[in-house]
Ligand binder design. Sequence first.
Ligand code: SF4
Length: 470
Amino acid sequence: MKKEYCGLFGIYGHPEAARMAYFGLYAQQHRGQESAGIVTWDGANIREQRGMGLVADVFNERHLGKELKGSIAVGHVRYSTAGASLLRNAQPFLVRFGDLRMAIAHNGNLVNIQQLRDELEHQGSIFQTTIDSEVFVHLIAKNLNGGTLEQAVIKACAKVKGSYSLIILVNNKLIALRDPHGFRPLVMGRLADHYVFASETCAFDLLEAEYMRSLEPGEMIVVEDKCMQSYRLSESKPTTQCIFEQVYFARPDSIVFGEQVYTLRKQMGVHLAKEAPVEADYCMPFPDSGVYATVGFAQQSGLPFEMAMIRNHYVGRTFIQPSQDMRDFSVRVKLNPVRDMIKNKRIVIVEDSIVRGTTIRTRVKKLRELGAREIHMRVSCPPIRHPCFYGIDFSSKGELIAANNSVSDIARFIGLDSLHYLSIEGLLESVNAKPETPKHCLACFNGDYPIAPCAEGQKMCLEDSVALSW
Ligand code: SF4
């Protein structure tokens, strides 16, 4: 199954729209590193530049200063896992039909994509890519006959199921919307007189744009000339925003779903220290994951915060592998322990999540080899027991260590003296959720899926987990 994380950016009416989009994507590079794209509209022509790689590699001064002309821009960064890492799948996806020029950028994952593609192909649609955005384009085009563009987009959204935040450029309009459940974030702001949209507010900070608010779940905003209008997509659905955005995925300096992510992660650490205190010499993260939860853990527990593992910030996504078999090389090249800090020490490691557990196991083993006396782990979310079908890359159940193994088995596999995961209640309190008005998706923890997965997804849910071997 294809899974994607993505970052979106849109701006209306700015004389340097492409350059602003470049900065907006640059700030959101953590949301996708495989491809990047910007599409602009200058009132008569649509222009695009898309490429594989990082934002800084895909665009140059010629693109931003000369080629991507126009005052409206939409941009996208993408990360995808299974097999679809192709330039033709890079977004924004661009089409021309009649006198309309449309570019669409999508963050999320549709669960009824195969059924929709089959239906559309049966009716004569021809697909060029394997991305969800193309399905939206065909659905919008089919619904345009006789109606307005806004009505066509609303009708298209009524057909799809799953998670989607979209930014769409159609001639001189910019449309931004969140699905009725509000799985993925999307925020709006102002840069002088110009409306801007992004997945995360860190994009606004770089532009010195003012954050206005998060789009509501099921809200569609259309900007044209100096006017901005808000529409409802459909009857309201229960809000199920992805709690993993706040646990792990978003930048800590962003405001996501109306909350500062840094503060929430610190609160997760505070709750962890209350739920499972431990006597130790200090607490530490494996940088960069878990850093902010470790701050909260240290403040609540009174334990010193140490950085006993040092990250090499200059490791690219690929590097030349050693010619001989150098055990665990790729793990060691990224993080290296500070030897003096390890020997005879009782250490608490605060992690943001455990998915497979294999990399963590290698790191813990290294700490043991260097003489750590006790190693305890505190994890700032509950065990991930179920795959995600809404756009975060927890693949099949078989790859999730917590799917069929007990917490004590996982502790033994990793080589820990103790292991505690934050409870669901502790996590919800950390993100300021009120029990009487639930608004988060927790499906990867409790299997309670807000939208039923497709048949392929259900098969993945039933897949047996791999047994741990020591
Ligand atoms: S299943 Fe987990 S990762 Fe996926 S949307 Fe729900 S909370 Fe987020």
